[in-house]
Design a protein around this ligand. Structure first.
Ligand code: GAR
Length: 190
């Protein structure tokens, strides 16, 4: 049975949706949550859902032996980034070819790259006066937000929408699509 690790730095709403989607599944388990922040909401989710979790610092993350031991111990087949803000080191990209995916809250290649996360993205979209935004789910390589695009979904932006309104529309798309895209990828990889 494929086992997922979810890497998250924030609230964890995507992590929660993914956990809910695969709860009781006979084909996929979430076997590990990894966070770089001890105060992130995703750790409360991990505790409530009784999923093992690890809090890592930057030195541990850069250390291939430490991270590979953690992922191998939890028999992780695929790494799902859900609001995880550190660049993925090249040893990890090499260890999980096409099996690390990320969700970005805009239509890449626009509004991607270092420092473009969360509300900063929605503020940039608003300042540009764009008529639409959306989500991008993509494979992860050594650069921020540059791996091959797997899936995009769009939403329209009204001129009266605030960055917070845009965030809500984008989050609705994330909730709707991320778990299913993961399920489809795992089914294809069989
Ligand atoms: C999500 O909107 C995700 O797309 C974004 O962070 C948020 C995390 O929310 N990711 C990025 O900006 C990556 N560059 P969550 O913690 O509630 O899932």
């Amino acid at each position: 049975m494929p086992q997922l690790a979810i890497f998250a730095s924030g609230t964890g709403s995507n992590a929660q949706t993914i956990i809910n989607h695969f709860k009781g599944s006979k084909t996929v388990t979430v076997s590990l949550i990894v966070s770089n922040r001890a105060d992130s909401g995703v750790l409360e989710i991990a505790e409530a859902e009784e999923i093992p979790y690890a809090i890592i610092d930057k030195d541990e993350f850069k250390d291939e032996e430490v991270m590979m031991a953690l992922l191998e111990y939890h028999k992780v087949d695929m790494v799902v980034l859900a609001g995880f803000l550190w660049l993925i080191p090249s040893y990890l990209v090499a260890a999980y070819p096409n099996r690390i995916i990320n969700i970005h809250p805009a239509l890449l290649p626009a509004y991607g790259g270092k420092g473009m996360y969360g509300n900063k993205v929605h503020e940039a979209v608003k300042n540009a006066g764009d008529a639409e935004s959306g989500i991008t789910i993509h494979h992860v390589n050594e650069n921020f937000d540059e791996g091959e695009i797997i899936f995009q979904a769009r939403c329209t932006i009204a001129v009266t929408d605030t960055p917070d309104d845009i965030r809500k529309k984008v989050q609705a798309l994330e909730q709707e699509h991320y778990p299913q895209v993961i399920a489809n990828l795992l089914a294809k990889a069989k």
